[in-house]
Design a protein around this ligand. Structure first.
Ligand SMILES: NC(=O)c1ccc[n+]([C@@H]2O[C@H](COP(=O)([O-])OP(=O)(O)OC[C@H]3O[C@@H](n4cnc5c(N)ncnc54)[C@H](O)[C@@H]3O)[C@@H](O)[C@H]2O)c1
Length: 321
């Protein structure tokens, strides 16, 4: 059933979430406290939609005209919250900014509205007014959310379980993969695993054991090739659990101790090599940034299509055969 969705924050995640909910058939209102961001969000949504149509992920009937009919961009919070069923909080990762916004939401939003925070690492529940707690949860998406299907769902401490079920069904109906977690932990599962992988990559780089290219070769042609099919847990089943069991007992591998920096990363940052947007990071990325993102997205779409065909042997969407 179509619902009315307010997306608060029109940045990297907000504009893309507005597009995702619109493609899911929902009526969306999008706001930001920066008019420049709200303006830019219109263009970003149009570009992303055009790519999805070009790659055959979305029917050509989903035009820019359709988009601007389905997603209304509004300058004020109160107009955005009027008559909505779901409020998606996607503003800056700053607890005080989020607390202030939740107070304003409390004053203006309909009583029945569900509040869903997209925070990556903050515990949002202490920031949300008491009377909204029974209808507050985390719905955490990954960028770009119109291509990455995982949505972490975490109930607030007083959240009605029926709201959690409703949220999981809502995202599943949009073709996404809800992952309902028992409790809030910063980074959920995927970001925590990514952080562990990053910590090891930083050590390999700083100790001169591996170059960025060698790390990516190992991931792309080794680790990652298997992951969509068997994840990490089913992979261990196929390898035989004894391998992990003995490795732990032998203590041959020691994870890197916690550190607050990586020398290699610090040098790149100091040189202005901050990533694709800057034309360079670990790699050189000359040329048109939009084309680079499009080249990445085209490959992701092809991979998703192949995975839909072959199915996976791990996780909540595990194939039966
Ligand atoms: N970027 C990612 O890959 C990613 C992935 C998953 C989750 N998240 C989470 O999503 C949230 C948003 O992240 P982002 O990367 O989109 O940030 P961003 O900086 O790109 O966008 C945040 C937007 O919020 C706006 N804003 C700030 N205060 C506001 C207010 N009071 N009212 C309305 N708009 C306001 C800013 O103007 C900005 O446009 C964060 O909590 C982040 O942790 C980010």
């Amino acid at each position: 059933m179509a619902i009315k969705v307010a997306v608060l924050g029109a940045g990297t995640m907000g504009h893309a979430l507005a597009l995702v909910y619109a493609l899911g058939g929902h009526e969306v209102k999008l706001t930001d406290n920066s008019m420049a961001m709200l303006d830019k969000a219109g263009r970003l949504m149009e570009t992303a939609l055009a790519s999805l149509v070009e790659y055959g992920e979305v029917a050509p009937a989903f035009t820019a005209e359709w988009l601007h009919h389905q997603v209304t961009r509004l300058p004020t919070l109160n107009e955005t919250l009027e008559d909505v069923d779901l409020i998606v909080e996607a503003i800056v990762e700053n607890p005080e900014a989020k607390r202030t916004l939740f107070d304003l939401v409390d004053r203006a939003a309909p009583d029945h509205a569900v509040i869903a925070s997209n925070t990556s690492y903050l515990d949002p529940f202490p920031l949300i007014p008491a009377r909204r707690q029974s209808r507050s949860l985390v719905m955490h998406w990954y960028t770009p959310p119109y291509l990455v299907d995982l949505v972490d769902i975490v109930a607030g401490p007083q959240c009605d379980p029926a709201i959690v079920d409703w949220a999981a069904q809502l995202v599943a109906a949009m073709g996404k993969v809800p992952l309902v977690m028992k409790t809030f932990v910063p980074g959920y599962i995927a970001n925590r695993l990514q952080s562990a992988l990053n910590a090891e990559a930083y050590r390999l780089l700083d100790e001169g054991v591996a170059t960025p290219e060698e790390i990516d070769t190992a991931i792309v042609h080794g680790l990652a090739l298997r992951m969509p099919v068997v994840g990490a847990m089913a992979k261990a089943d196929f390898t035989g659990l004894g391998v992990q069991h003995h490795a732990l007992r032998n203590g041959t591998y020691q994870p890197p101790p916690p550190r607050d920096h990586c020398d290699t990363l610090d040098k790149l940052m100091a040189a202005g090599r901050t990533g694709v947007m800057a034309g360079a990071g670990y790699y050189d990325w000359p040329g048109d940034t939009a084309k680079l993102f499009a080249a990445r997205d085209r490959r992701l779409v092809a991979l998703k299509r192949a995975l839909r065909e072959i199915g996976t042997m791990a996780g909540s969407t595990r194939a039966k055969d």
